[in-house]
Design a protein around this ligand. Structure first.
Ligand SMILES: *[C@@H]1O[C@H](CO)[C@@H](O)[C@H](O)[C@H]1NC(C)=O
Ligand SMILES: *[C@@H]1O[C@H](CO)[C@@H](O)[C@H](O)[C@H]1NC(C)=O
Ligand SMILES: *[C@@H]1O[C@H](CO)[C@@H](O)[C@H](O)[C@H]1NC(C)=O
Ligand SMILES: *[C@@H]1O[C@H](CO)[C@@H](O)[C@H](O)[C@H]1NC(C)=O
Ligand SMILES: *[C@@H]1O[C@H](CO)[C@@H](O)[C@H](O)[C@H]1NC(C)=O
Length: 414
């Protein structure tokens, strides 16, 4: 009798214990994988950020050949933690801002993974890789985006921009995972040099990748059969949401366009917008070369010495840090069809990617006339140390700081 009652009691008890155990395990598991925490919590548990002055001191230290490798690494770690903190805040705030535009906050972004991929690749181990250039967009503010649309017609809303950045993070995670080298080119190269960001009136992001890696890249995407539907896929996982589309002219693939299956199709094309363009480059022992541009494209690259591109270093692209070619001057010459000096003349929207058409108004203005309307980079050259210091200025406020080893200054008008 007693044992019967005990069994009746013990059985539910065992179930309760089992469930509690499962719940505790789940909680425990969540704390182990911090990238599964909501963004708000990541921000809260991050170490307190550096002040702008501390950031500047860290940058200085990283470029100082006199300081020890231990102190280099200490500064680097501080800078990476600061970046991760800033990036988390950007993601949280932008998601909130774009929540009203629902579809814009498509995917979750794994900031932990993104930052540690970048960190692993560029960590200043001794003897190499060492730091050629580093900095951070400290006061990045989405409110600065799309504020002055009335001055120049800007086709990108704040949430479009946010979505481009999300795409960029997810694509870079894939590139780092697959160990595929990549760096900024064309309009985005102008952007990082002149605005520490995508050009405010530009509508996409351009990267170069080695042509021999494209097979591997395609394998990384789950949707290789490139489905073009207008229906929204229910998936929330970014690998299922991203589509890679090989864009070809009559001869060959000239770029790979990557976009979300949830974005709107661009009229008259088989791709969607916002998108990121990956351009394959070819190489021999000493040089890189790219397939010549199609006529409407800004970019062109005949060939360039590898030593002018590698080793790449990280440059600010808004809230991101993205690999950029080593020698900015030579790279600009090779990768951008220069109508004029890009630091003197700001030229606008020759191509609207959202609508797949040329802009009806092409315009060109002295960049300095835009000084009060958009953030623009100022650069100082220290010829004793061969260091260029770039500060991003907007209405006399310094928004970001970047320093790199250089042999001359890029002439600017500001
Ligand atoms: C960067 O990498 C170093 C060395 O592996 C590590 O000690 C540090 O915690 C990493 N920092 C971040 C923010 O991931
Ligand atoms: C939200 O979407 C509307 C309609 O497309 C657009 O006008 C607005 O600028 C968007 N808001 C932001 C913050 O991007
Ligand atoms: C799409 O493009 C076609 C041809 O270029 C044009 O006639 C049509 O008006 C466009 N539709 C929209 C919605 O822009
Ligand atoms: C590599 O390509 C460049 C540019 O096309 C060329 O000038 C050079 O001779 C080539 N080098 C070799 C080793 O083939
Ligand atoms: C937009 O640009 C004008 C100058 O062209 C400037 O006075 C104004 O402050 C800018 N707006 C914002 C919100 O920054």
């Amino acid at each position: 009798m007693i044992s019967y009652n005990l069994r009746r009691l013990l059985c539910p008890l065992a179930i309760v214990i089992l469930f509690s155990f499962l719940i505790v395990m789940k909680l425990f598991n969540n704390t182990l994988n911090s990238h599964q925490l909501p963004l708000a919590e990541i921000v809260a548990i991050s170490p307190p950020p550096l002040t702008f002055e501390q950031l500047e001191a860290s940058i200085e230290n990283l470029l100082d050949p006199q300081s020890s490798s231990k102190s280099h690494q200490h500064s680097w770690n501080n800078l990476m933690s600061l970046w991760k903190y800033k990036l988390s805040i950007f993601m949280r705030d932008s998601c909130q801002l774009c929540d009203a535009n629902r579809t814009e906050c498509y995917e979750t972004v794994n900031i932990d993974k993104y930052v540690s991929s970048v960190n692993d690749t560029y960590y200043p181990r001794i003897p190499i890789p060492y730091v050629n250039g580093i900095g951070l967009y400290y006061y990045f503010d989405m409110q600065l985006k799309a504020l002055n649309n009335s001055i120049l017609s800007v086709d990108t809303t704040q949430c479009d921009y946010f979505h481009m950045i999300q795409l960029m993070i997810n694509i870079q995670i894939i590139l780092y995972d697959a160990n595929i080298k990549h760096f900024l080119t064309k309009g985005t190269l102008i952007g990082t040099l002149r605005h520490h960001d995508v050009i405010p009136w530009d509508t996409d992001i351009d990267l170069f990748i080695p042509a021999y890696t494209t097979k591997k890249l395609l394998k990384m995407f789950h949707l290789l059969d490139v489905r073009f539907t207008t229906t929204v896929l229910p998936s929330t996982s970014y690998t299922n949401d991203l589509i890679i589309y090989p864009f070809r002219n009559i001869y060959r693939v000239t770029s790979y366009k990557i976009f979300s299956s949830r974005s709107k199709q661009v009229n008259g094309t088989k791709y969607r917008w916002p998108k990121i363009d990956l351009f394959p480059y070819y190489e021999n022992k000493t040089h890189l070369s790219a397939y010549p541009k199609h006529r409407h494209n800004l970019g062109t690259m005949d060939y360039i010495l590898k030593s002018k591109v590698y080793p790449t270093y990280l440059r600010p692209l808004g809230p991101l840090l993205v690999p950029s070619p080593y020698d900015p001057k030579v790279s600009l010459k090779a990768m951008v069809k220069l109508g004029s000096n890009i630091f003197y003349a700001c030229e606008g929207n020759t191509f609207l990617h959202r609508e797949n058409r040329r802009s009806t108004e092409t315009w060109r203005l002295p960049c300095k006339e835009l000084r009060d309307s958009y953030p623009l980079v100022n650069s100082q050259y220290d010829q004793h140390r061969n260091i260029c210091t770039e500060t991003l200025l907007y209405q006399k406020k310094v928004l970001s700081m970047f320093k790199y080893k250089c042999k001359e200054n890029l002439n600017r008008t500001l």
